[in-house]
Write a protein that binds this ligand. Sequence first.
Ligand SMILES: [Zn+2]
Length: 120
Amino acid sequence: MRNSSWVCFDCKEAVRRDRERSNDVLCPSCGNSMTYLGYKIPVPPKRNTKKWLELREQILIRKSYTNKTESSILHEQLDACTEELKMLRKATPSSHRKSRVLELQNKRNRLKALIASPIE
Ligand SMILES: [Zn+2]
């Protein structure tokens, strides 16, 4: 039997349960409903705030993705990133531009990975 993970983004808590027998999983710390993560996505270490933010973003995108079916919000986001990158490449070089380009490239890679491996 495979265990799945649930997380609380506010407390950075994670619990593992058998999915078949768990409907509403509550956070042991704050008592709110936890977000279902599945069994494939690794839970970040508690101290790694950046990873938790990325995970939250990823889960939000997946949620809207499943609601929107194939008219994919992922592709919309990917297009938006590509457009902004194009504009930035024409802009005057600056340290701000450089970090924004890196940020967008990372986001684009994450989106591409999500598109390549849809929700279980
Ligand atoms: Zn909590």
